[in-house]
Design a protein around this ligand. Structure first.
Ligand code: APR
Ligand code: PHB
Length: 390
């Protein structure tokens, strides 16, 4: 069988890429080893940069985002018993929008199916070959058990951190930067209206906490825990008690409600370069991972595939030079976001076994960003996002 672009992975990167390619008149087939229901239920972050919202709007994908998304003009930073507001609108003229990644995935799948897009869920045995040739091959076994071989012009590896694409690139051609952090996030969704109008990022000696939200009726929270902790050791009462202690502020009340889901996610910074090998192009988590503190993961995936759609449009028209700039165009932004996410993470998390010097340095940095306009603007500029890539 023949298609122009074979896409592996139905996360935000693969799904958005297939839509952007259709808009450019390019045919693709997307294969995913999980079920549609699984992809639509996976809980992930939910904060969109200003530029991400604009890109989704331009791509005609923002109908529900524009009605249900919650636009935020800033965040709170809480430390040493004080809560400070950073006003992004005033500092940068930009805002961010809360809209869960799961909702974006649902919107994208619905749109792809409505447009007659080729999506194959529950495939197995995904493999790629011929990457150094002009006709790479994507093979897989369908849910029904048929083995397929798709001859493509290019293959997009949008298969996340644990996918098969990155490992097919010879290791001696890759530069990998990897840092695991000595903490993880325990995330919960709770059926209770948010106790805040904007996100609260909270520095506390017991560990970081974040109060975020999904809708006016549903809140989301994260707690810093050790990476080796098990979710079974965190009954609901223990989670609420920790959130109450860490987020406490005189005169402010944290409302509690039924917990709908909970999970522990490890944190790492990871960048693999280059993001291309012959006719295989990596995008999103397949090439880079950031800790969630800066909320950059989804935004980077969207930026990558925007560049990739334009790169592939030129490639399929016979412009073989087009591929050369892809990796560098993405990696500048990837490294900026990697630095920002590492910096936010380092400023806000309690270092296990850390000495008081570490804590005082963090507090000095937090005081600086909440009192210096220059420092606050730098945080706001990074948080609300970077100029669009083409
Ligand atoms: N064959 C087919 N599909 C695969 C394979 C495979 N061998 N391996 C992985 N996949 C699928 C996964 O099941 C998943 O649905 O690839 C998809 C990758 O999606 P994501 O992990 O969501 O990655 P990406 O689209 O790059 O989105 C990045 O997701 O992890 C968050 O924080 C991250 O918000 C960021 C966003
Ligand atoms: C979320 O809403 O899930 C979220 C928001 C901001 C972050 C991380 C996660 O930094």
């Amino acid at each position: 069988m023949r298609t122009q672009v074979g896409i592996i992975g139905a996360g935000p990167a693969g799904l958005l890429l297939s839509h952007l390619l259709t808009q450019r008149g390019i045919e693709s087939v997307l294969v995913e080893n999980r079920s549609r229901a699984y992809c639509e239920a996976r809980q992930r972050a939910g904060l969109l940069e200003d530029g991400t919202v604009k890109l989704l709007r331009e791509a005609g994908l923002a109908q529900r985002l524009d009605t249900e998304g919650l636009e935020h003009g800033g965040i709170y930073l809480q430390f040493a018993g004080e809560r400070h507001h950073l006003d992004f609108r005033e500092l940068t003229g930009r805002t961010v929008t809360i809209y869960a990644q799961t909702e974006i995935v649902k919107d994208l799948i619905a749109r792809r199916l409505a447009d007659g897009g080729a999506l194959e869920f529950e495939v197995s045995g995904t493999a790629v070959a011929g990457l150094g040739t002009a006709r790479p091959v994507l093979s897989y076994t369908t849910a029904g058990g048929d083995r397929r071989e798709l001859v493509c012009d290019a293959i997009a590896g949008c298969d996340g951190f644990h996918g098969i694409c990155r490992p097919t690139i010879p290791a001696d051609l890759l530069t990998v930067r990897d840092r695991a952090y000595p903490y993880a996030w325990l995330g919960i969704t709770a059926e209770v209206p948010p106790s805040t109008d904007e996100l609260i990022y909270n520095h506390h000696r017991e560990g970081f906490a974040l109060h975020t939200m999904r809708t006016p009726q549903v809140s989301r929270f994260y707690l810093q825990v050790r990476p080796d902790e098990r979710i079974g050791d965190w009954p609901d009462d223990r989670i609420w008690a920790a959130l109450q202690r860490r987020l406490a502020l005189p005169g402010w009340e944290l409302k509690e409600g039924p917990i709908l889901d909970k999970a522990i996610t490890p944190m790492r910074s990871f960048v693999s370069a280059p993001m291309r090998y012959g006719r295989l192009f990596l995008a999103g988590d397949a090439a880079h991972i950031v800790p969630p503190t800066g909320a950059k993961g989804l935004n980077l995936a969207v930026a990558d595939v925007t560049v990739l759609a334009n790169t592939l449009a030129r490639l399929v028209q016979g412009d073989t030079q087009a591929a050369d700039g892809y990796s560098d165009a993405c990696l500048d932004r990837v490294w900026r976001a990697t630095h920002f996410s590492w910096w936010m993470t380092s400023m806000l998390h309690t270092i296990p076994g850390g000495d008081p010097m570490d804590t005082d340095l963090q507090l000095a940095q937090l005081r600086y960003v909440t009192t210096s306009r220059a420092a606050a603007t730098s945080l706001a500029e990074n948080y609300t996002g970077y100029p669009p890539l083409r």
